[in-house]
Design a protein around this ligand. Structure first.
Ligand code: AMP
Length: 281
C-alpha cells in the first residue's frame, strides 16, 4: 500500500492511473478503523481496480471540542488493517494540506431541511464541516465511486445532494452497517465505552429492532412507535436518548403513511460517548 501525505504526490499517482482508465474507489474515514470501515474497502475492491482510503480527523465537523480531543487515534493499527485488506493507497494529510487557506469556509452549501434536523439539530455546524471536507477530498481524489456507510445515514444522504449540487463525476455507494455480534453498530467511538456502558449499548439496536416489529402491526401508528422506543431508551439506566425518529428514508421528512420507505434513526449519550444508529424498515 502506498501512503501519501501531500495532495500533489497523491494527485500525481492518481493522474497516471486515470490516464490508463483505471476505475477508482474512495473511502474517506477519520481513522480508528474497525471491520465496518474495512467492509467499505472490500466493497470498493470488488468494484474498482484502485482503492484509495483517507484518514483525516476533520476539525471543522466537531461541534464539541472535547469530542475532537478525545477522538481515538490508532494510526499504526489502521495502516496494518488497510494493508491487510488490500487497500492500494492511503491518503494521510495534515490539516494544512486539507485547509491551506485556514479552517473558515467561504461559501458553505445550503442543504436546507435535510441538514437542519436530527444530527443537524443536535450537532450544529457538523454537516457544514463534513460537507467542507468531503468536497475538498472529492476534488482531490476525483473517484469514480465513493463508498460510505449506512451507519451515518443522514450524512450519506447529504453527500448525495452535495455530489448533485456540485455536478461531480462520482457515484455514491451506500454500504450496509457492520455490527458486533450482539447487534451494536461498529463505531470508532465504541472503544471509549467502559464495560458497563458497552453492555448497555446493545439496547440501541434492540430498540431499532423493536420499532421494526411494532411497525409490522397495522394497529400501531408511527408516532406512538417512536414515542414508545424513545421512552424505552429513556428508561434504560445509563442511556440519555437525544432522538428516536421514524422518517421517510429518502427525504427524512415526517412520513404520512406506513407504506413509504422508512428509516428509524436514533442518537444517544452513554457513559459520556455519543452514539448513533439507524435501521431501514
Ligand atoms: P468515520 O471514520 O466514522 O468518519 O467513518 C468513515 C466511513 O465509514 C463513513 O462512511 C461511515 O458511515 C462508515 N462506517 C462507520 N461505521 C460503520 C459501520 N459500522 N458499518 C459500515 N460503515 C461504517
Amino acid at each position: 500500500m502506498l501512503i501519501f501525505k501531500r495532495v500533489k504526490d497523491l494527485q500525481k499517482h492518481l493522474k497516471a492511473a486515470k490516464k490508463q482508465g483505471v476505475k477508482t474507489g474512495f473511502v474517506p474515514t477519520m481513522g480508528a478503523l474497525h471491520a465496518g470501515h474495512i467492509s467499505l474497502i472490500s466493497a470498493s475492491k470488488r468494484r474498482c481496480k484502485l482503492t484509495v482510503c483517507s484518514i483525516f480527523v476533520n476539525p471543522t465537523q466537531f461541534n464539541d471540542p472535547n469530542d475532537f480531543d478525545k477522538y481515538p487515534v490508532t494510526i499504526s493499527n489502521d495502516i496494518e488493517m488497510l494493508s491487510d485488506a488490500g487497500c492500494d493507497v492511503l491518503f494521510l494529510p495534515s490539516v494544512k494540506e486539507i485547509y491551506p487557506n485556514g479552517l473558515e469556509q467561504k461559501k458553505p452549501i445550503n442543504f436546507g431541511f435535510i441538514a437542519n434536523i436530527l444530527e443537524g439539530a443536535f450537532r450544529p455546524g457538523h454537516f457544514n464541516g463534513m460537507a467542507q471536507v468531503v468536497t475538498r477530498l472529492l476534488k482531490i481524489v476525483n473517484p469514480d465511486l465513493l463508498f460510505m456507510g449506512q451507519k451515518d445515514y443522514q450524512q450519506q444522504l447529504i453527500v448525495g445532494v452535495l455530489i448533485k449540487k456540485l455536478h461531480l463525476n462520482t457515484a455514491l455507494v451506500m454500504c450496509p452497517t457492520t455490527r458486533e455480534k450482539d447487534g451494536l453498530a461498529m463505531s470508532s467511538r465504541n472503544m471509549r465505552l467502559d464495560a458497563v456502558s458497552r453492555k448497555t449499548a446493545v439496547q440501541i439496536s434492540k430498540t431499532l429492532n423493536l420499532a421494526q416489529r411494532l411497525l409490522q402491526n397495522p394497529k400501531n401508528e408511527i408516532a406512538s412507535i417512536q414515542q414508545k422506543c424513545f421512552q424505552k431508551l429513556l428508561e434504560t439506566p445509563g442511556i440519555e436518548p437525544e432522538y428516536f425518529e421514524i422518517r421517510n428514508a429518502k427525504t427524512l421528512e415526517i412520513p404520512k403513511r406506513k407504506t413509504e420507505k422508512l428509516v428509524a434513526l436514533t442518537a444517544v449519550k452513554l457513559g459520556g460517548v455519543r452514539l448513533i444508529d439507524n435501521l431501514l424498515m
